[in-house]
Each structure stands twice: as structure tokens, then as C-alpha cells.
Design a protein around this ligand. Structure first.
Ligand code: C2O
Length: 549
């Protein structure tokens, strides 16, 4: 493979959206940030230079980082943050991955404005499992606040309340026509009549799963999370933060202008959410110019599913299958070494004196996995503590719990579950273990669909359902042939999902809900994968410019 070097200057930038100009943090002054485009097998060297007044790290979402866990990026998990004025070089090789991924900041809420596409083409000479369209475009969905997002989350942390909802969703950084004074900047995506396009959809929103449609056009899903799927044709997409979906879209309608639109899938409509709609325009080339003094006709608007249309969301996610062709086989491990059960959901902390108590009934919002609300270390990253043998940074006693049965109608769950315990506890595993996790969503405070993301590994989604996971009933329905391979999956509201992966990447790997508000409340845990026997099964030594703590 080739080596590509990029300079990412993290800096304060004046940005105008919705008629307001504010300072936000960007990479190289761009929003979205630069698109990285590489081939499978290439090496990326990113010099990150922090000229902002915040601590920053960068994460390459979905990149496996085989043996290069030092480049993964979550702050205080694999590295200490790059301090203002500091820099760090992320260096990693793309190994047997192709498709659409992305990169984003992994400290506080900086990823609201520090994100971009990471597109991996097949090795030179290798082909796609579909006819590669001449034209392709990334379509990155985002979320915008009329305020510095860091101030939004800091206010929530201070008060213990839920943070303010966003003021807009965006497509490639722009809210689009339906928002105040955004029309002239609406993103236009040109297509040619009769041609097929590859659109790479990325959900970079902080706290919203999204429905996505293109007026009058169907599309065919060919990959999710940089893993090929059996072609699946539909007219609506549900995409959770962290997920990517590659679509083939043929311009087979009357030449014209059609809205591309996205708005929230709010699995629990009682939780405050941004109910606005973002649009871009799919525009056929060669349309006649509007007559002098007239404007172009209004694009046609698709009708999006209602906000809490869980049926549509579920139909989409459960229709996906791995391609599982001779060239791209699914490799589902057929037996399991570590059988784990995790509860994932929100809880509440009692308010201590001197604290503000913005949560319900004089509490503060919390979230947990197996009742442990993940606390980031403050002094050293977990990976450094593990590598240098420093005690006191984390413990290895992540709890093993037996399957919990929730009464999803009565909410009569024990107090011990809604009041989690803070901790930095990791689950340690032998190199090469096959891990299965039943993720059981809780509804102790608010039942919600939680998009869970695992660093350093892709996992097969064997099954999902509503209510309690029932091993004797549900195990027999596991798809062990062609389940979708993902790095992020939504655990259904008041339901469960089962994932399976091989822990074949030595290092320290965060698993968390990709709603940033939930990470802030502690909906995260860490897997520590031990080195294997040979050097090729071991983590590389830390880079010399690893930021000091
Ligand atoms: Cu997309 Cu932990 O991140």
C-alpha cells in the first residue's frame, strides 16, 4: 500500500449557520472536515496539531487499528488528550477493510464540528462486488447548535440535567432549505439522468438516530459500516450515530429537483429531541434554466416516517445481511469462549450537597453498563496504565451479571439498578477469545434505542428483539450464516441484541453508546484484550510523541 500524510490543524473557526456566527473548533477551518480517501492496504499518517483552547483527540471510527491501538484516540482510554499547543501523529494501516468509515474528535462534544469522511477503496486492481458507479459522493449527516457545543455539554454536566437539544440537523455541514436563512447554502448533489450513483451516508449527529429518504427514488444498500451486504432495495433508511450506509441510487425519475431529507428517529418520543428536518437537493443535470424573473421550481419533498416509527426502523435494520459471497465470505465464529450479558441504559444519581440536581425528582442523570457508570481516568490513559503496569487507574473487575429480567410495563426495577456505581472497570480477555454479548436495553429511566459502538473490532449482529432476551427461545434464531457485520448497532428500545466477535486485537477498546449525551452520563465500558504469543499478536510499543498526561 501507499503512505498518505495529512496535516490536521485543530483550530477555532468562525462559522455561520442559521444566521448566527459563532466560534467552533474545526480541522483546517473546514466543516465538515477534510475527506480522507485511501485504498485498502494504505497507511495513513495524520499530524494532529492542536491550536484550539481545548484538549483534543481524534478517533478513526471503524478502523480496526490492528496492533496500533495507540492511534485509536478516545481520550484517557488509549491516550491522554493533545493539550492546547500540543501535537500527536496518528499512524495506522488499513488492513482488509473497504467501504465508508469516518473520523471524529473523541473528547467532550468536540465531534459536533470535528468530523469527516474516511473512504476506503479496494486495493488497486481489486473490484467492488457491484458495478462501481462513475459518480460517488459522501453524504454526512450532522447536528448543529447555535452555541458552542462544549458549552452545551458543560452546562449539562454542571446542572445534572439533560443538555439542550440541537438547533438543526445538517447534510454535509448545511441545514438546508427548511431552516431560517439557510437556502442559499443548501447542498446540491448533481446526478445525470439514467446513471447510477454511489452515496456514502454517514451519521455524524451527536444524539440522534435519523430516518433518511430521497423523494421519488428508491435505493439499494450495498454496505454498512464498511462491510458489504446483500443488496437490499428500499426507499427509507434508518441510520444511528456512528453508522455508515452505502447506497446505489439510479437517477431514473423525470429530470428535476428532489429533496434528500433526514429527520429524527426518536424511539422514545417522550425524551426531548430536535424535531426539525434537514435537506439537500438531488439535481438532474441539464435542467432548463428558470425563465428570467422566475426561480427554479421547488424540489419534491419525500414523506419521512413519523418520529417514533420503530417498526420502520426495525424493518430496515433487520433486513440487512452480510454479502457472504465467495470473495467476501462471512466468518461467523460458531462457538463462544466468553458469554456475557450487559444491561445498557440510563439511571439516576442521588444529588450530593453542593451539586445541582437538574434530573428528575432532585437527581442527576446517569447511565451505565451492568450498573457501572463509566468514569474516565483523569491522570493516565487505561492503555498506558496497562502497558506500564501502573496501578490505581482502572480495575479489572467489570461485573459479570446473570441475565436480568425487566418488567418493561411496570418499571418496578430494583433501586440498585437505577442508581449505578461509578467506576473504571475493564473486562479483560485472552487474545483470540470469541466473545458473545447479550445487550439488554433497560427502561429504568427512559427506554430508548441505544446505538452501541465497539472500538477495534467489527461484530456480527446475530439477533435482536423486544422484551427480555430469552436464551431458550432466542438462541435458536441466531443467524450464524450471514448476519450483518457492523461496528455500531442500535439495541432496540425495551429490547435486546446479541453480538459476537473475535477479540483478536490486543489493546484497550471502548464500547459505548454513540449518543454523546449518554457517554457523558457513563454509558460505556472497556475491553482489555491481552497480547497473544507472537509479536504479530501483540500491541506495538507506544509512539514516542504520545501526548504527556
Ligand atoms: Cu465514533 Cu468511540 O466513537
Amino acid at each position: 500500500g501507499e503512505v498518505q500524510t495529512h496535516n490536521f490543524i485543530i483550530q477555532s473557526t468562525r462559522v455561520t449557520r442559521l444566521c448566527k456566527t459563532i466560534n467552533v473548533i474545526t480541522v483546517n477551518g473546514q466543516l465538515p472536515g477534510p475527506t480522507l480517501e485511501v485504498n485498502n492496504g494504505d497507511t495513513l499518517i495524520i499530524n494532529a496539531v492542536n491550536r484550539a483552547r481545548y484538549n483534543v483527540t481524534l478517533h478513526w471510527h471503524g478502523i480496526r487499528q490492528i496492533r496500533t491501538g495507540w492511534a485509536d484516540g478516545p481520550e484517557f482510554v488509549t491516550q491522554c488528550p493533545i493539550r492546547p499547543g500540543g501535537s500527536y501523529t496518528y499512524r495506522f494501516t488499513i488492513e482488509n477493510q473497504e467501504g465508508t468509515l469516518w473520523w471524529h474528535a473523541h473528547s467532550s462534544w468536540l465531534r459536533a464540528t470535528v468530523y469527516g469522511a474516511l473512504i476506503i477503496h479496494p486495493k488497486p486492481g481489486a473490484s467492488y462486488p457491484f458495478t462501481k458507479p462513475k459518480r460517488e459522493a459522501p453524504i454526512i449527516l450532522g447536528e448543529w447548535w447555535n452555541r458552542n457545543p462544549i458549552d452545551v455539554v458543560n452546562q449539562a454536566t454542571r446542572t445534572g440535567a439533560a443538555p439542550n437539544i440541537s438547533d438543526a440537523y445538517t447534510i454535509n455541514g448545511q441545514p438546508g432549505d427548511l431552516y431560517n436563512c439557510s437556502s442559499k447554502d443548501t447542498v446540491v448533489i448533481p446526478v445525470a439522468s439514467g446513471e447510477t450513483n454511489l452515496f456514502r451516508i454517514i451519521n455524524a449527529a451527536l444524539n440522534a438516530e435519523l430516518f433518511f429518504k430521497i423523494a421519488n427514488h428508491k435505493f439499494t444498500v450495498v454496505a454498512v459500516d464498511a462491510s458489504y451486504t446483500k443488496p437490499y432495495t428500499t426507499d427509507v433508511l434508518m441510520i444511528a450515530p456512528g453508522q455508515t450506509t452505502d447506497l446505489l441510487v439510479t437517477a431514473d425519475q423525470a429530470p428535476g429537483r428532489y429533496y434528500i431529507a433526514a429527520r429524527a428517529y426518536a424511539s422514545n418520543i417522550n425524551v426531548a429531541f430536535d424535531n426539525t428536518t434537514t435537506t439537500a437537493i438531488l439535481q438532474y443535470q441539464g435542467l432548463p434554466c428558470p425563465a428570467p424573473g422566475t426561480s427554479a421550481p421547488q424540489p419534491i419533498m419525500p414523506s419521512l416516517p413519523f418520529y417514533n416509527d420503530t417498526n420502520t426502523a426495525t424493518r430496515f435494520t433487520t433486513s440487512l445481511r452480510s454479502l457472504n459471497s465467495r470473495e467476501f465470505p462471512a466468518r461467523v465464529p460458531q462457538s463462544v469462549d466468553e458469554n456475557l450479558f450487559f444491561t445498557v441504559g440510563l439511571g439516576l444519581f442521588n444529588c450530593r450537597t453542593g451539586q445541582m440536581c437538574g434530573g428528575p425528582n432532585n437527581t442527576r442523570f446517569a447511565a451505565s453498563v451492568n450498573n457501572i457508570s463509566f468514569a474516565l481516568p483523569q491522570s493516565l490513559s487505561i492503555l498506558q496504565a496497562h502497558t506500564y503496569g501502573v496501578n490505581g487507574v482502572f480495575t479489572r473487575d467489570f461485573p459479570r451479571v446473570p441475565p436480568v429480567q425487566f418488567d418493561y410495563t411496570a418499571q418496578n426495577v430494583s433501586r440498585a439498578l437505577w442508581q449505578p456505581v461509578r467506576g473504571t472497570r475493564v473486562k479483560q480477555m485472552k487474545f483470540g477469545s470469541v466473545v458473545q454479548v447479550v445487550l439488554q436495553g433497560t427502561n429504568i429511566v427512559n427506554g430508548e434505542n441505544h446505538p452501541m459502538h465497539l472500538h477495534g473490532h467489527d461484530f456480527y449482529v446475530l439477533a435482536e428483539g423486544f422484551g427480555n432476551f430469552n436464551p431458550s427461545r432466542d438462541t435458536s434464531n441466531f443467524n450464524l450464516v450471514d448476519p450483518p457485520l457492523r461496528n455500531t448497532m442500535g439495541v432496540p428500545i425495551n429490547g435486546w441484541a446479541v453480538i459476537r466477535f473475535v477479540a483478536d486485537n490486543p489493546g484497550v477498546w471502548l464500547m459505548h453508546c454513540h449518543f454523546d449525551v449518554h457517554i457523558n452520563w457513563g454509558l460505556a465500558m472497556v475491553f482489555l484484550v491481552e497480547n497473544g504469543i507472537s509479536e504479530l499478536e501483540s500491541l506495538e510499543p507506544p509512539p514516542i510523541d504520545l501526548p504527556p498526561c
